[in-house]
Design a protein around this ligand. Structure first.
Ligand code: AHR
Length: 506
């Protein structure tokens, strides 16, 4: 069995890994909101104000730091005033992006803020630039966050909420280069400056404004948004109209036309998907480099507010609903992303997986007939990584590691990252080899290790997944494959597996 060394300097903590790198995204798309989070007050499924209690309970295990809503593409079609007041009198609309279905607006601003409160998550509200007005956006933040008797605060009270909410994050449109208005970068950059100006800080609420950023490799888009900030983002004089730019990147093993099946894939597709997941490292480096040129002091944040796998929809489901299964492969796509996020924690301030329930790389899947809920393999990676939230990143150098040539790139067979917090360290290890176990020597330097425990996520097959009736096909277990070694610890990783090793430091 081949052996890989991972060198970790336990006494050299780096930047803080914001818990917001473990953020989520819930769009009015397919069964994410309706049927996923929200079933309505009359449902037989236990709920509070229509919000599913089992979904909230499961997600609380992930300590979700923030939730982005209402889109996505839907955000630039959404008019928030349609989603307040008595539900029976709310206007209806067509959700033209997602399934061309009628949206009844029964889940709106109050329901979303209630959901955030139930989850203990910060709200990340995404405003409408594509088809909304500056006034509309300005009034939404006033409605949400103002305490006095301003017109919007009074309207909120009429609708039953006295206290203002906190809204720490606000998106200035979404994918303005595509569904959010098909704009050129220069045109959007000017609008972003304008719209963001009117997303005001009311009372004690300070908003972090996020401009709609690039698609994957489009460095030009990031360049334009950074240039549009002029010196405001870099010289510390005055404040910039937006505090962050976003980036979207999806992983698939095929093309946009034929993305590949979530569950039926061969070994080549396994490696292709993981190699494409690894591409996030390059993307974060390249977009950060562009940002560094304009903002060497790193005041402007990079927000990856959509990431994850995008497969062909499950056979027989509505193509516009983006419902897909989630296997061990998805779990390892997630773990590889998190390793990269930890390495870029100094510039990357937030990331949001797409999407939390029933859409794309979901944490939870619910059965449309019975309502039964299962946790996906991806859910378990999020749960195993909670210890990285707000910890300080430790460099984890993978040496002597084997790689495999995939699609013109060298894909490492071992991915690793580490962090430290409260006298402990957490090490993440992924064995991407589809069929070979691998030995990893953790070369631990700088501090004594007084004890350890470990968890393992794997299954018999790379395509293993959870379904109602078999909800634990892929679930983490205590892991006894860790032993002492002259350099620190030795870990025997099964093929296609993810492990975390928690260290008690002296
Ligand atoms: O997450 C699904 C869609 O992907 C979002 O609505 C859009 O922003 C992106 O293209």
């Amino acid at each position: 069995m081949s052996s890989t060394r991972v060198v970790i300097d336990l006494d050299l903590p780096g930047p803080t890994i914001s818990r917001h790198l473990y953020g989520h995204f819930a769009e009015h798309l397919g069964r994410c909101i309706y049927g996923g989070f929200f079933v309505g007050e009359d449902s037989d499924i236990p709920n509070e104000g229509g919000i599913r209690l089992d979904v909230v309970e499961a997600l609380r295990e992930l300590a979700i730091p923030n939730l982005r809503w209402p889109g996505g593409c839907f955000a630039d079609d959404y008019h928030w005033r349609d989603g307040i007041g008595p539900r029976e009198s709310r206007p209806r609309m067509v959700n033209s992006h997602w399934g061309d279905v009628v949206e009844d607006n029964s889940f709106g601003t109050h329901e979303f803020m209630q959901l955030c409160e139930m989850l203990g998550a910060d709200a990340y509200v995404n405003g409408n630039v594509g088809s909304g007005t500056v006034r509309e956006m300005s009034e939404w933040i006033e409605y949400l966050t103002r305490a006095d008797d301003s017109p919007m605060a009074a309207l909120r009270r009429e609708n039953g909420r006295d206290e203002p909410w906190k809204v720490p994050f606000f998106g200035i449109g979404n994918e303005a280069w595509g569904c959010g208005g098909n704009m050129r970068a220069e045109a959007y950059a000017d609008l972003a400056r304008q719209y963001a100006t009117y997303v005001r800080d009311h009372g004690g609420n300070t908003v972090y404004r996020i401009a709609a950023g690039a698609n994957a490799d489009d460095l030009e888009w990031t360049e334009t948004l950074m240039k549009a900030l002029g010196c405001l983002g870099c010289d510390g004089q005055g404040s910039s109209p937006y505090q962050a730019v976003s980036l979207h990147y999806y992983t698939m093993s095929g093309s946009w036309q034929s993305k590949g099946s979530a569950t039926e894939f061969d070994e080549d597709e396994w490696y292709l998907a993981l190699s494409r997941a690894f591409h996030i490292e390059q993307l974060l480096t390249r977009h950060s480099t562009v940002m560094d040129r304009h903002d060497p002091r790193r005041r402007v944040g990079l927000v990856l507010d959509e990431w994850g796998t995008w497969w062909d929809v499950e056979p027989g489901t509505n193509p516009g609903f983006l419902y897909q299964q989630n296997t061990l492969r998805d779990a390892l796509v997630a773990s590889v992303h998190f390793d990269a996020f930890h390495r870029h924690a100094d510039r990357l301030v937030m990331a949001n997986i797409a999407q939390t329930v029933n859409v794309l790389q979901a944490m939870l899947l619910t059965d449309p007939e019975t309502g039964a809920l299962v946790k996906t393999p991806t859910f378990h990676v999020f749960a195993m990584n909670v210890g990285h939230h707000d910890a300080q990143a430790l460099e984890a150098h993978v040496v002597d590691g084997e790689t495999r040539a995939v699609d013109g790139r060298d894909l490492p067979m071992i991915s690793a990252s580490a962090s430290t917090k409260d006298g402990a360290a957490l090490v993440s290890l992924s064995n991407l080899d589809a069929d070979q176990p691998r030995t990893v020597v953790l070369d631990l330097r700088g501090r004594a290790v007084e004890g350890w425990s470990a968890r393992l996520l794997t299954a018999d097959s790379t395509a293993a997944h959870n379904v109602p009736g078999q909800p634990e096909n892929v679930a983490p277990v205590d892991f006894d494959g860790v032993r002492t070694h002259a350099r620190g610890l030795e870990v025997e990783l099964p093929p296609h597996s993810y492990a975390t090793v928690s260290l008690r430091l002296g």
